[in-house]
Every structure is written in structure tokens, then in C-alpha cells.
Design a protein around this ligand. Structure first.
Ligand code: SF4
Length: 358
């Protein structure tokens, strides 16, 4: 299936093509190979947003591009700036569907959290993004456009996007091919050239694609949203666990570590009284014993009005962390960013949908 088949309608986007696809495209269109590099440069180094600005391309080529491609329109419906510098964008796509993108400021640079699907069908019980189900996959270009847009804004202050997390709305491994094209463009030395080790893709546990990702020979980080230390509790919190049981997930993670020699980050959202008790920490530590480099990222869950979870008290968060560390599992507590602007995944979009939009 080509990129075009994934488009909701109309032409592909200029950002939909990887470096290799541009090489093919110029060849098929009777142009010299170096034109592909020029197009890539205009898109990702100069970051123009209109074909007429590609001034070193002949007009005939610009016309051909215009006939065959569109620029992604990310219409900014709103943006919210948190006291800590986090900026959350609510964008409307060409088909009026809404997505969220978050740009966070850290002392080591700016990171961006991108969305890969409109909605999500995974159904995690603590997540607002899944409330309306899955509308559609984003194309590679629609994912890339989020980064380009953020970079264009940062260009104004001479800053750059230095890291990417694929943890926004959607399950990236259910839109695997588009996400891989996105990643190839992000890391390409002639594109945005973002260091592979500064990119993390996070999955809820789509087991076959963990095996596939292990074979991709990248240095990109993998995070697994584990959220429970056993099969029964995980199935309650994450219906995906019924499709891909806990034991199979752990097996796939072991394969990934064996194949790549890279560590995995296990994301663990703490939900008050549900999965945050000392016995859960002990059980999780046992499960992760076979991962010598495992890292656990503890995430105190945000309140979602449609769900009934309460936050884990601070002391209990620290107790949970201590138990993991006592068992030689490295554990950090995610710093909350943008909580004053509803920055948790899907919350803005959920509000936007309540107001009658898509
Ligand atoms: S947490 Fe991620 S995978 Fe789970 S429902 Fe939300 S968006 Fe989907």
C-alpha cells in the first residue's frame, strides 16, 4: 500500500515522503537526482510552507509538485501556555478532525510530544484520548507537520526541537508504517537531523510490532506502557492486554533487549488505590528482574472527569519508587508539566469534541 492509499482524501502531503521516496519520485518524473535533496532542504532545513518559495527549482518542477502534493494544513484552533513554559496546541486538520501537540521546555532543550492517530481504539481506562474511539490514522506528513510547526515557532527565538516523544494521542504501533516514515524523516541528516537517542516511541504493547521494531536497526528508544505488574490487573486497566497478554508482552520486550542491546523504559501510571500499593511495586520489581537495564517512569495519573481515578498521595509515590530501587530497578517520577493547561493526553481534544467539534 502506498502512502497515497492512507490519505483520507485528495493528494498526498509533501511531508508524507521519506528521503528514499523523494529519490524515486524525481526519477519517475524525469528530474535529476539532486532535486530530491533540494526539495528535502526546502521542507526541513528552510522550512518553507509554499511551493513558490522553492526558488532554486525550475518553475516546471514547482508546478509538478503543486499538481501532485498539498502542504499539510494544521490550523491552530488554540494554544495554551503553562507557567512552566509548556505549550499545548490544539490543531485542526484539513478534514476538521482535531489533534493535540505539546512542546515542553526542559533544561536540556525543547521536546515535543506528537499525536499519531485521531483518537485511539486501545481503550486504556485512565485515558481521555480514547473516549471517542479511533477516527483515523494520521499520515506520516500529518505527524511530521506537528514537528515542523513547532520548529517554525522555535525558529523565532533561535531554539530547536531537540527531542521527540511519540506519546500523544493514538497508539503509534497501530499506525506503524506512517510512524516509521515519520521517524526516518526526523533522523535524516539532511532533514531535521534529530539524534536517534533523543527520540522515544511509546506503545501500549502491540506485541507483533515490538518484534518488528526490534529488527529496524535504529537507536530510537522504546517505551512500554505497562501500568500493572500482572495479567489480571493489566487486563482491567488496558483492554489491549486481552489481545496481547502480559506474558507475551514481557517475552517481546526480552527479545527486543536481546536483539538491540538497548534498554526499555516501562511507563507506569499510578492510580490511587488501584495499582499503586507496595505489593504492586514488589510484583513489578520481580517481573522486571530479568531486564538488567530496565527503567521505570512513574506517572502520577491526571484526573480525567469521565473516569473515577484519584491521584496517588505523594508519600505513596515515593514508597513505590523506593521499593523498585531497593530491588535495583532504576525508577524516576515524571515531572508534571503543563498541569495548569490540561496538558494530559487527550484532555483538550475531549473538551473540543464536547463543544460539538470533531
Ligand atoms: S494511553 Fe495511549 S494507547 Fe492508551 S488509550 Fe490513551 S492514547 Fe490510546
Amino acid at each position: 500500500m502506498g502512502t497515497k492509499d492512507k490519505m483520507p482524501e485528495g493528494k498526498p502531503y509533501v511531508y508524507d515522503y521519506s528521503w528514499d521516496q523523494w529519490q524515486e519520485w524525481v526519477k519517475e518524473n524525469g528530474e535529476s537526482g539532486f532535486r530530491a535533496g533540494q526539495i528535502f532542504d526546502w521542507l526541513y532545513v528552510k522550512r518553507i510552507s509554499n511551493f513558490d518559495e522553492m526558488t532554486n527549482l525550475p518553475k516546471t518542477l514547482r508546478d509538478k509538485l503543486r499538481e501532485q502534493f498539498d502542504f499539510v494544513t494544521l490550523h491552530e484552533v488554540a494554544h495554551y501556555r503553562s507557567k512552566d513554559g509548556t505549550v499545548k496546541f490544539l490543531f485542526e486538520l484539513a478534514d476538521k478532525n482535531a489533534i493535540e501537540t505539546v512542546v515542553m521546555k526542559h533544561n536540556y532543550g525543547n521536546s515535543i510530544c506528537v499525536t499519531t492517530q485521531v483518537g485511539c481504539r486501545i481503550g486504556c481506562t485512565f485515558c481521555a484520548s480514547t473516549l471517542g474511539g479511533l477516527k483515523r490514522n494520521l499520515t506520516p506528513g500529518e505527524i511530521i507537520a506537528q514537528v515542523v510547526k513547532a520548529q517554525q515557532l522555535l525558529d523565532e527565538t533561535g531554539e530547536r526541537v531537540s527531542s521527540i516523544v511519540i506519546m500523544g494521542i493514538g497508539e503509534p504501533f497501530e499506525n506503524y508504517d506512517a510512524v516509521m516514515t515519520f521517524l526516518r524523516v526526523m533522523i535524516h541528516p539532511k532533514g531535521l537531523n534529530i539524534g536517534q537517542r533523543h527520540i522515544t516511541v511509546s506503545t501500549s504493547g502491540i506485541v507483533p510490532n515490538i518484534y518488528k521494531f526490534a529488527e529496524e536497526e535504529t537507536q530510537i528508544n522504546l517505551a512500554i506502557s505497562i501500568h500493572a505488574p500482572n495479567d489480571a490487573l493489566r487486563s482491567k486497566l488496558m483492554p489491549v492486554n486481552r489481545r496481547f497478554p502480559f506474558a507475551d508482552l514481557i517475552e517481546a520486550c526480552k527479545f527486543y533487549v536481546g536483539k538491540t542491546g538497548r534498554r526499555i523504559t516501562f511507563e507506569y501510571a499510578l492510580m490511587g488505590g488501584v495499582n499503586d500499593q507496595p505489593e504492586h511495586a514488589e510484583e513489578l520489581a520481580q517481573v522486571l528482574q530479568s531486564f538488567p537495564m530496565a527503567h521505570v517512569n512513574l506517572i502520577p495519573v491526571n484526573f480525567v472527569s469521565e473516569r473515577n481515578f484519584v491521584r496517588t498521595p505523594r508519600n505513596d509515590i515515593f514508597t513505590f519508587q523506593r521499593i523498585l530501587e531497593k530491588n535495583k530497578i532504576n525508577a524516576t517520577i515524571r515531572r508534571e508539566q503543563g498541569s495548569d493547561i490540561a496538558a494530559a493526553c487527550g484532555q483538550l481534544r475531549a473538551k473540543h469534541m464536547e463543544s460539538g467539534a470533531r
